[in-house]
Design a protein around this ligand. Structure first.
Ligand SMILES: NC(=O)c1ccc[n+]([C@@H]2O[C@H](COP(=O)([O-])OP(=O)(O)OC[C@H]3O[C@@H](n4cnc5c(N)ncnc54)[C@H](O)[C@@H]3O)[C@@H](O)[C@H]2O)c1
Length: 321
């Protein structure tokens, strides 16, 4: 198989690239390095079956040429930061919806018809059913990120119907692990490095969240794309547990040996569009025999160990921000 991975230099994308190469496939990563890191591809770049194309998904002619000759697209490139949608409303639309449209058009032009999409549990907004199944109604979007991803899902499903594509829509909870460069573990660790004596916590710290390790996420995606024959497969990816933000901070502080005074910004939500409770029903992906190998706590500690061992990641993302 010849895979095309958009966002292949990112956190999840680069881990996926390494896995596909290790499984004996040829892989092209397409990335504009807006948040991706060349270092994440150091191993892949030594592999003869790997090709890196530095390009932007918004550049349709370049993308169309790059995509020729591939069998399957993992479309992971996006503005993956959920928090700042209201600061730049156009960004989610362009990076997550229009970019997805471009991927679909470039595929159509090249006769490539299978793709997997990294969607998100944020599209459920604030659901009323927990754990939340794929069939749960989600009539109200609460974030521009979620809305732009849901629009991407809609486009993919319509291309499956209209152009005989096969689409896999994966709705992730927050993902953790090696090469993690954004999210709450990153934020807490960064803040504690600056000041181990006190820390600001967004919201009341009681938000309940589910997290999944990146290798468990990749295992699940590869299994589902092999096994599901549906024209459009929708699969939640998460764990069968959740924790509070305060629990996570307890584990992080214990691991770092610090005991900071906590200041809460207050309210049930950390930011506009933050969902106070994310817990997805993963029985569909479980029906293929998949189970996560790492607990949430183990995933958080592995992430922290990665950040401690790779201080350059913090510096780089800090400068980019
Ligand atoms: N990390 C999570 O917790 C999480 C949760 C739910 C969904 N997702 C989704 O998974 C995917 C990967 O997320 P991640 O955490 O690895 O993020 P990331 O920021 O590390 O990776 C995104 C990659 O896409 C690239 N990119 C962005 N815009 C591009 C463009 N216009 N053209 C070419 N490349 C571009 C970036 O340079 C980066 O390498 C995203 O679609 C994200 O929305 C992530």
């Amino acid at each position: 198989m010849h895979y095309f991975v958009t966002g292949g230099a990112g956190f999840i994308g680069s881990n996926l690239v390494d896995r596909l190469l290790a499984d004996g496939h040829a892989v092209t990563a397409y990335d504009n390095f807006s948040t991706g890191q060349r270092e994440f591809l150091a191993g892949a770049l030594r592999h003869s079956a790997f090709r890196l194309i530095e390009g932007d998904l918004l550049d349709l002619p370049v993308l169309t040429r790059a995509l020729a000759g591939h069998d399957f697209v993992f479309h992971l490139a996006a503005n993956a930061d959920v928090r700042f949608g209201t600061h730049h409303p156009r960004k989610d639309l362009e990076q997550n919806t229009i970019a997805t449209f471009h991927v679909l058009e470039a595929m159509r032009a090249n006769g490539v018809r299978r793709l997997a999409f990294s969607s998100t549990g944020s599209i459920y907004g604030e659901p009323e059913v927990f754990p939340t199944p794929e069939s749960c109604p989600f009539p109200v979007q609460t974030s521009l990120y979620g809305a732009s991803k849901l629009a991407g899902e809609g486009l993919i499903a319509a291309y499956c119907t209209g152009f005989d594509f096969q689409g896999f829509l994966f709705r992730f909870v927050s993902i953790l692990g090696e090469r993690y460069t954004h999210g709450h573990v990153y934020d807490f660790y960064n803040k504690l490095l600056d000041n181990p004596h006190e820390i600001e916590v967004l919201g009341n710290g009681k938000q309940r969240k589910s997290y999944l390790h990146v290798q468990d996420c990749i295992d699940a995606m590869l299994l589902v794309i092999q096994r599901s024959q549906r024209p459009v497969t929708i699969a939640n990816l998460g764990t069968d547990e959740y924790c509070c933000v305060n629990d996570s901070l307890d584990w992080i502080c214990a691991h770092l040996g610090v005991n900071p005074r906590r200041y809460y910004t207050g309210g049930e939500r950390g930011w506009i569009g933050d969902s106070p409770f994310i817990f997805l029903d993963t029985s569909f992906v479980g029906s293929f025999g998949w189970r996560p190998k790492l607990s949430i706590r183990a995933g958080i500690l592995r992430t922290l160990e990665y950040l401690q061992a790779n201080p350059w990641v913090l510096r780089r993302r800090h400068i980019a921000a």
